[in-house]
Ligand binder design. Structure first.
Ligand code: NAP
Length: 291
């Protein structure tokens, strides 16, 4: 399979690009500033229409896995126009080019398209984002729905794993507690944390099988940040007293966060061969990887 992976040096993209290369696929590793380690490095700037128009012509992929995005939630709130340009407009243009080329298009989206009033959202539930990041990603989703060609919207939640430069939540917890530093963690924000290697395998399966529609591809457990940190601390035998409970209202965040953006993964559990892992399985795999 010939695949264009945008955001291929990012947290999720680097795993996806590596897994595809390891299975013998031809990977065009789309990057902006940070050069990817694997695949054929292919520059793209999502803020430049010409660059987006060119990349499909240049690479002629069977499929596109579109991960590149402005992912800093608070920055999206401050730079609303740029967030819309990169997360929504660029997705629309890239998806149109992919459709012209008959390339299957997988758009990786987010649990933040939901308002978080009630969790365990299904694919059929109506999005209602509370922040600009979520709004811009939802606009990206909408632009796919008008396309004639094949697409999949794959929504995920709180991805975690190891990355050469990005520190995900459990790694931050482990690092701080290993240094004997106290940390405050919110007890009232619930998500469906997703182990990146598991997510990568789900995304690749969707791409190979060209599964059309919306899929929730997160971890299978709804859990608060604090409870997740506690589980990790138990597994690593770190001092639990350094873990201080806090709440969303005490956090110094610019953008509003959904309180419960957990995702129902029944559809993925039914259809995919690679099943969403629960939090115990995900953290156990992470701990093994860390050793
Ligand atoms: N992280 C989360 O909590 C989360 C949760 C749910 C869904 N998602 C979704 O999953 C996808 C991947 O997320 P991630 O966590 O892997 O993100 P990430 O680590 O922040 O990576 C984002 C990638 O997008 C690229 N990018 C940013 N601006 C660009 C531009 N103007 N042109 C081209 N590329 C650009 C970045 O490249 P440079 O660094 O080189 O600029 C980076 O490689 C995103 O679509 C995100 O919305 C993420």
């Amino acid at each position: 399979m010939k695949v264009l992976v945008t955001g291929s040096a990012g947290l999720i993209g680097s795993q996806v690009a590596k897994d595809l290369v390891d299975s013998g696929d031809t990977v065009y590793s789309g990057y902006h500033k940070a050069e990817p380690d694997v695949g054929i490095p292919t520059h793209i700037d999502l803020s430049d229409i010409n660059s987006i128009n060119e990349i499909i012509k240049k690479t002629n992929p069977d499929s596109v896995i579109h991960l590149a995005a402005m992912t800093n939630v608070d920055l999206c709130e401050k730079e609303k126009e740029l967030a819309m340009k990169i997360n929504a407009k660029a997705t629309e243009i890239l998806a149109k080019q992919a459709a012209k080329n008959n390339s299957f298009f997988v758009y990786v989206s987010t649990d933040y398209v939901f308002d978080g009033v009630e969790g365990m959202k299904k694919e059929s539930d109506k999005p209602n984002p509370v922040d600009y990041y979520g709004r811009s990603k939802l606009e990206g989703e909408k632009s796919l729905m008008n396309l004639a060609s094949s697409w999949c919207i794959a929504r995920t939640s709180t991805p975690y794993g190891l990355h050469s430069s990005k520190t995900t939540f459990p790694i931050w917890v482990a690092n701080k507690l290993s240094e004997n530093t106290e940390i405050t963690v919110v007890t009232d924000q619930h998500t469906s944390p997703t182990y990146v290697p598991n997510l990568s395998r789900m995304l690749i399966e969707i791409t190979r099988r060209q599964l059309v529609g919306i899929f929730h591809v997160s971890g299978a457990t709804r859990i608060s940040r604090y409870d997740m940190a506690e589980k990790l601390v138990d597994k690593l035998k770190l001092p639990k007293t350094l873990l201080l409970p806090s709440s969303i209202e005490k956090m110094d965040w610019i953008a509003k966060r959904p309180k419960d953006s957990s995702l129902d993964v029944s559809k993925a559990l039914d259809i995919l061969k690679e099943k969403p892992l629960d939090v115990e399985q995900g953290l156990d795999s992470l701990v093994k990887q860390m050793n």
